[in-house]
Design a protein around this ligand. Structure first.
Ligand SMILES: NC(=O)c1ccc[n+]([C@@H]2O[C@H](COP(=O)([O-])OP(=O)(O)OC[C@H]3O[C@@H](n4cnc5c(N)ncnc54)[C@H](O)[C@@H]3O)[C@@H](O)[C@H]2O)c1
Length: 446
């Protein structure tokens, strides 16, 4: 088949939904995407190396908070979605999205092993006339340097026999307004034909497509977005430290600055940053630029400030206990919220883990309560969450608010605890009853 007709045939199959969609990696990104394509009328095959995930999904369950099990069950029942650990099943697919992890190595360099492995899987299974799109957040150049050569090694000409693109996932877990479908999707292809095909593919289930001129531009869009957040959070975290030294309430300053109707965007300080994205992604950019003999100073500085925030919070706890003539060593400390952000069940890179580790390192007896997370497993240890009871609060020497889940009754905490170290400003609007509150930026306490 001539190149033009290969592309036309794929576009036709996308248009009439006879194309079969493959998703490699069925996690926070891959599963919502698989569900959107299935809801758009495609037959979707999800491939994952985890037998547990595959079995769970095929049983009509869901391991991702934003994807209801009922939705997965209906799609499985309707024959629109199935999961498999058998990569050969990808051979049935006309369009494949790759959404595998992109973590950092111990030395905080990109760990590309998952992307390489998934690219090899795609290489072994693709046939002529297939689109392969990478969604994993990564450094500029990955699609061209890893995915494209893998597919070319089969003798395919990219842009003619197969189509290769990068399209960053922007899912914001727990966001009640923006989800996969109504978040605009950026698409960068190796060739114009690749952009055309990838745009047509994503358009079937995502409201707005934003084509850019290359995969590198698309890769950098995602890194800019997350670096922007990291740098701005770093700035307000530094402002919290500044305010603390000046005895000024950082929340009051930020709220008042936020009344400016132009030229200011509100970010809030906290105990540090977490999740699979903001703490990691900027390092992909910094690493890439180091290979080009350029040091990304904003990225590095923001990361340094943000990563020091758990220690800043622990210092606050130590000072607050000291005012009560208590050492950290032996004190009972309740950490409230361990998820990396509000109203989600994900502890990856959560600053709460650092706060707990640092407090335990100083001899504190640490417990945690999190309505979304019953157990935290770290370094071979298991921490079990506890219920938020009057007895627990009365027996705690300090309660440290790390994550501000909406469902926690903070007034109840205020009424029964003796000391609250509030890194999220949850106590601002409460009736001041029993607890002494120490905020992130007021060393005098209230
Ligand atoms: N979680 C988010 O909020 C978010 C948002 C935007 C972008 N991203 C990016 O999306 C990518 C995926 O992140 P995630 O949060 O979905 O990860 P995840 O850990 O939730 O899911 C990844 C899945 O891939 C599977 N997997 C690993 N290696 C595989 C392989 N070789 N073949 C097939 N399956 C494999 C794992 O078993 C897992 O189920 C990352 O690059 C991340 O930075 C994540």
């Amino acid at each position: 088949m001539a190149a033009k007709s290969i592309k036309q045939e794929l576009l036709r199959r996308i248009e009439d939904r006879s194309a079969v969609v493959g998703i490699i990696g069925l996690g926070y990104v891959g599963l919502p995407l698989a569900v959107e394509f299935a809801k758009a009328g495609f037959r979707v095959i999800g491939y994952d190396v985890s037998q547990r995930v595959v079995d769970l999904l095929n049983a009509g369950d869901s391991h991702i908070q934003d994807v209801p099990a009922s939705e997965v069950a209906a799609l499985v029942r309707g024959g629109l979605f199935e999961a498999s650990t058998d990569e050969v099943r990808l051979n049935e697919c006309d369009a494949i999205s790759i959404a595998v992890p992109t973590p950092l190595s111990k030395t905080r360099d990109p760990d590309m092993s998952y992307v390489i492995s998934a690219s090899q899987t795609a290489m072994r299974q693709v046939k002529k006339g297939v689109l392969v799109a990478l969604e994993s957040t990564t450094y500029p150049g990955t699609t061209r340097e890893i995915l494209m050569p893998a597919l070319s090694s089969r003798g395919f000409t990219v842009g003619e026999d197969v189509f290769v693109a990068f399209s960053p996932e922007r899912v914001d877990p727990g966001n009640p307004v923006y989800h996969t479908k109504n978040t605009p999707k950026v698409v960068g292809g190796i060739t114009p034909a690749c952009v055309d095909v990838a745009s047509a593919f994503y358009q079937t289930c995502i409201d707005t497509i934003v084509p850019v001129s290359s995969p590198e531009a698309a890769e950098l869009v995602k890194l800019l977005e997350n670096t922007f957040r990291s740098v701005n959070i770093g700035l307000v975290n530094e402002m919290a430290i500044v305010c603390d030294k000046l005895g000024v309430d950082v929340w009051e300053v930020i709220d008042a600055a936020g009344t400016k109707p132009f030229g200011f965007m509100k970010f809030t300080p906290g105990p540090g940053i977490g999740g699979h994205c903001i703490p990691l992604d900027p390092h992909y950019l910094a690493w890439k630029m180091r290979t080009l003999n350029y040091k990304t100073r904003f990225v590095d500085l923001a990361s340094e400030i943000n990563s020091q925030m758990p220690a800043f919070v622990v210092e606050k706890v130590a000072h607050a206990l000291n005012a009560d003539r208590k050492p950290v060593n032996g004190s009972k400390i309740l950490v409230l919220g361990v998820a990396y952000k509000r109203d989600i069940d994900d502890v990856r890179e959560s600053p709460a883990l650092d706060v707990m580790r640092l407090l335990e390192g100083q001899g504190a007896i640490v417990q945690f309560h999190d309505p979304f997370i019953p157990i935290v497993r770290e370094d071979g240890h298991e921490h079990h969450g506890v219920d938020l009871t009057t007895k627990l609060l009365e027996s705690a020497d300090a309660v440290v608010v790390v994550t501000d889940h909406k469902s926690v009754d903070y007034q109840f905490v205020m009424d029964h605890a003796s000391l609250i170290v509030d890194s999220r400003n949850v106590t601002k609007k409460l009736v001041k009853t029993k607890a002494r509150v120490v905020s992130l930026s007021d060393s005098r306490g209230t």
